[in-house]
Design a protein around this ligand. Structure first.
Ligand SMILES: *[C@@H]1O[C@H](CO)[C@@H](O)[C@H](O)[C@H]1NC(C)=O
Ligand SMILES: *[C@@H]1O[C@H](CO)[C@@H](O)[C@H](O)[C@H]1NC(C)=O
Length: 384
């Protein structure tokens, strides 16, 4: 009797402890956790950071086992990435997809909530045109493998596009895909519709501003008060560019015969620093963009064309990534420096706490609890 009581007490203590220490109040915003850097904190420290931020959803560009492990038993929901380098082999060999899932996904289920696999990033419209035709077959291989493994109900399959796949985006109701991509996008839309997975788009009003700072109103791209524009076809009023971009994507999808596919923003953000020719890349603008974006997410507002559908958004990005190639802006999208200091203030409501990476002290708290529970067990043993 004593032994089972003891065991039971210990288990109860453990459960109580792990439950309270891993509680995440979910704000419905997601974040991109990119790791093209040589100075980032360890995933277990990042887990503490993200829990203090109340981030409920994370998008990775790979399936880093250390990250997935660090979030075991948390309530955080993961989109993991299957890189473009896998597309060719997976498109021709479904067994490769199956073994990838067995190796990178299955070991983490169900402790870590992996709910989506993003197959390829910004493939269509990208410079490697060979990949265009591998994309859908690779997505299908991954989907079939999930079906075979009994995981297709819990893990969705999709791919993230850049906005360059649009041929026309103005006015939003006239949005359409590029002609040269239509033959690839049409069957991908059928796939989404069949397997009920979302259409992901990386949308950066910043690019539009940077390319044309004289013409594009900074207030319009930063969600600040401005007169906006009216879509002459629908009469809908737009007071920010992100909404207009999202509705343009919905229109493009509808023009291909689908009104049954959800659009999600897999990346959006604003750089805090850029090269001399990158207009608008300042900490002030980045703070305004991301602060207003988070307020918008919190209000759960949809777009003018879909007011009932709150936009599902993953902010880009968690950290500045020092090894990213390209212009300076590419290395300066982070909300945080690698040392946990905020890059900029994000508004009076303090959405981003200052972080001192107390992962180790957290672990100490847990060991003290474990020690106490062992002590209680010991006392109980003595009593009985
Ligand atoms: C996280 O959620 C808790 C409880 O709802 C709240 O008190 C706290 O301010 C939130 N933190 C952030 C950074 O939003
Ligand atoms: C963190 O890094 C940034 C950028 O290098 C630096 O400006 C800041 O002072 C650092 N913060 C701390 C607490 O070391």
């Amino acid at each position: 009797m004593a032994a089972s009581t003891v065991l039971f007490t210990t288990i109860l203590l453990f459960l109580a402890l792990s439950d309270s220490s891993l509680q995440v109040q979910s704000l419905s915003f997601g974040i991109n956790y990119g790791q093209i850097a040589n100075n980032l904190p360890s995933p277990s420290r990042v887990a503490v950071l993200l829990q203090s931020l109340n981030v409920s959803r994370i998008k990775l560009y790979d399936a880093d086992p250390n990250v997935l492990q660090a979030f075991a038993n948390s309530k955080v929901d993961f989109i993991i990435g299957l890189g473009n380098e896998y597309l060719q082999s997976m498109s021709t060999d479904p067994l490769k997809a199956q073994s990838w899932i067995q190796q990178h996904v299955q070991p983490h289920l169900p402790q870590t909530k992996i709910t989506c696999i993003n197959v390829g990033n910004e493939v269509l419209g990208g410079t490697n045109t060979q990949l265009w035709s591998y994309l859908l077959p690779a997505m299908q291989s991954v989907y079939r493998a999930l079906v075979n493994l009994g995981l297709s109900k819990q893990v969705a399959v999709t791919t993230a596009h850049s906005l360059t796949i649009l041929g026309n985006s103005y006015p939003p109701s006239s949005g359409s895909f590029r002609q040269d991509l239509a033959q690839y996008i049409q069957p991908i839309l059928s796939f989404h519709s069949q397997v009920n997975s979302p259409f992901l788009i990386n949308a950066y009003p910043y690019f539009a501003y940077k390319d044309n700072p004289g013409e594009v109103s900074i207030e319009y791209v930063l969600f600040q008060p401005n007169s906006g524009m009216v879509d002459s076809v629908t009469n809908l009023h737009y007071d920010n560019m992100l909404d207009a971009q999202i509705d343009a994507v919905y229109s493009a999808i509808k023009a291909m015969g689908h009104s049954d596919i959800e659009v999600r923003i897999s990346e959006t953000g604003w750089p805090s620093k850029g090269d001399a020719n990158e207009a608008g890349a300042t900490p002030e603008n980045a703070g305004i963009y991301n602060g207003n974006l988070m307020r918008k997410i919190e209000e759960k507002k949809g777009t003018p064309a879909k007011p009932q559908v709150p936009i599902d958004i993953y902010v880009f990005a968690l950290f500045n990534e020092d090894l990213k190639p390209g212009p300076a802006s590419e290395r300066n999208y982070g909300l945080y420096y690698p040392n946990g200091t905020q890059v900029y203030d994000i508004g009076s409501q303090g959405y981003l706490p200052q972080l001192t990476f107390s992962a180790d002290s957290n672990i100490n708290v847990i060991s003290i609890f474990n020690f106490l529970s062992l002590l209680i067990v010991y006392i109980l043993l003595c009593v009985y």
